[in-house]
Design a protein around this ligand. Sequence first.
Ligand SMILES: O=C(O)C(=O)C[C@H](O)[C@H](O)COP(=O)(O)O
Length: 224
Amino acid sequence: MTPEPLLAALSASAVPVLPVVVVEDAAGAVPLARALVAGGLPVMEVTLRTPAALDAIRAVAAEVPECLVGAGTVRSARGVADAVGAGARFLVSPGCTGGLLDAMEASGVPCLPGVSTASEALALLERGVREMKFFPAQAAGGAAYLSALAGPLPEARFCPTGGVTAGSAREYLSLPNVGCVGGTWVAPPAALAARDWTRVESLARAAAGLCAGVRRGGAGSAQV
Ligand SMILES: O=C(O)C(=O)C[C@H](O)[C@H](O)COP(=O)(O)O
């Protein structure tokens, strides 16, 4: 069964912003998810970069069902299995290999494999994958680069991540080939370390306000 495309769903939602979080303390994951939901962003990508990540996914999946929790920094078939086993409802990777894509597709949950070049995007399109993460977005060329890909690769839809900020999110979202934007600016490591959920909620609310209603791409506008 082909899972529901993630970017299409986020793009169609009121607020196409994907908070990326690096969780050092699994005990903070539930209040973090609740703060994001309260701020208007009911989705969270937990990067598999810390020992606490899988417990964090497990806790949010069990206790905050209104938050769509997924895993980021998925780099291997093992990471796919661990993340889905913990309850991840989507998977995001910084780059992609054939083996990783096989595992992601077999997982049964929506995936955003990472690319940063036209050739990598073409390789995914060749496999029938139209939704991808563009990483590291800012360092790889930013909105100008993505805009340039829209001509030759009109069917590809991207989630730019890596260096995206409150200041650049709207510019990305105004591109026809961007379905949502992602990043840690909504839940910065310092706020998580301080367990400052009020700050996270207010950053989420600001991001939601900033990005609501921006004209954007997404599967709905994907004309091939
Ligand atoms: O490796 C992955 O799969 C990732 O999830 C990478 C993250 O999306 C970015 O590292 C977030 O970048 P910043 O928003 O600039 O902090």
